[in-house]
Design a protein around this ligand. Sequence first.
Ligand SMILES: Cc1cc2nc3c(=O)[nH]c(=O)nc-3n(C[C@H](O)[C@H](O)[C@H](O)COP(=O)(O)OP(=O)(O)OC[C@H]3O[C@@H](n4cnc5c(N)ncnc54)[C@H](O)[C@@H]3O)c2cc1C
Length: 370
Amino acid sequence: MRNEDVCVVGLGAMGSAALYHLARQGAAPVGIDQYRTGHAFGSSHGHSRAFRTFYHDPIYVELAEASLPLWQELETLSGEQLLTLSGFLDFARKGNAAFEAKVHVMQGLDTPYEVLTPEEVGARFPALRLPADTVAFYTPRAGFLDANRCVQAHLSQAVRFGATIHEEVRVHHIDLDKDQPEIETSAGRYRCSRLIVTPGPWASDILQALSLPLHVTRQQKFYFRPRDTAAYQPDRLPVYSDNETQYYGFPNHGPGIKVADDTHGSVTSPEAVDRTLDLQKRDDLKQWLEKIMPGSDVSFVEGATCMYTLTPDHDFLIGPHPKNPNLLVGAGFSGHGFKFSTLVGKILAELATDGRTPYPIERFRLSRFG
Ligand SMILES: Cc1cc2nc3c(=O)[nH]c(=O)nc-3n(C[C@H](O)[C@H](O)[C@H](O)COP(=O)(O)OP(=O)(O)OC[C@H]3O[C@@H](n4cnc5c(N)ncnc54)[C@H](O)[C@@H]3O)c2cc1C
């Protein structure tokens, strides 16, 4: 039996961030993952995740704003560019009620924004041509994160501050009968004074006893290369999101322009997920891209499969296990968690070391589903 102070199970976006913040606080945490770190089987791999502050609910605007300086601090420490503030452009047809409700929320907050006409969008971002009956909402303190680099930066800085990483160790069972949680793994048994579990789409397996009402969905993203890449770089193009189709895209970064559909795909599981590319979706997204960027002349480069882990209300699950406060859970990030991951890691680290956090997480309590 290994005796450890704090263990983190699952080293994707959330667990790597928790490991980093614990190590920075002076704990000597042990991070465990069933695969090699940086793997592509979960939800955190790839070149980009949107960092947006435009939300239907002020709590997410506040949490995104609180995440921003933490990303910038990690950039300074690691010497890596993680966050590109290219700006974020949301658009919808005039009269789209859900879109107008979000605009209304933003009007009461301090986050800077501009409402733009399609002509103003075209003048500022010449690559984009939006339909005449469109209204656009632009937030400058937004853009995208390089997902692979963020996870790697959290992990390497965690190790620098004293964390240890155990790769290719699968946790089979969590034993909560004793005061200190114990885990049964493929590499033997660990007793951890405090245990943080951030299992992504595997949450229902490892936390089976909680019967969490989670659904895992299959999502895909596709990269296209424009003929003239210079015109689609982040200094000339923001992240853009179509609130009619739920399609969204990025500037040219990594293998090309990434586009994806935010509507929920078919329900699956990490073991059963079909990773073959949906060519119909690829063609639909290409058509959409060519419509809003008529001169782009894009060609397909590559695609990848990823998973959302959805809660019924699409709010996260962050907090202590209802039966044992020494087990802390971060799960159910419902397809929009990456931007907050450094803050989620900080919150979980604070809960593990101080038993409390100043951030508003009551909404995310595990017990809310009965
Ligand atoms: C296509 C796509 C696009 C997205 N776009 C955005 C976006 O633009 N903006 C945004 O903010 N968010 C976005 N998200 C959501 C975001 O990426 C996720 O919320 C986030 O990455 C989830 O991270 P995680 O750490 O919870 O899960 P994961 O990255 O899946 O990590 C879980 C880890 O736990 C490990 N694990 C699980 N069970 C065990 C076990 N029993 N033993 C040992 N290890 C275990 C796994 O191996 C894995 O490494 C997107 C997601 C997808 C799929």
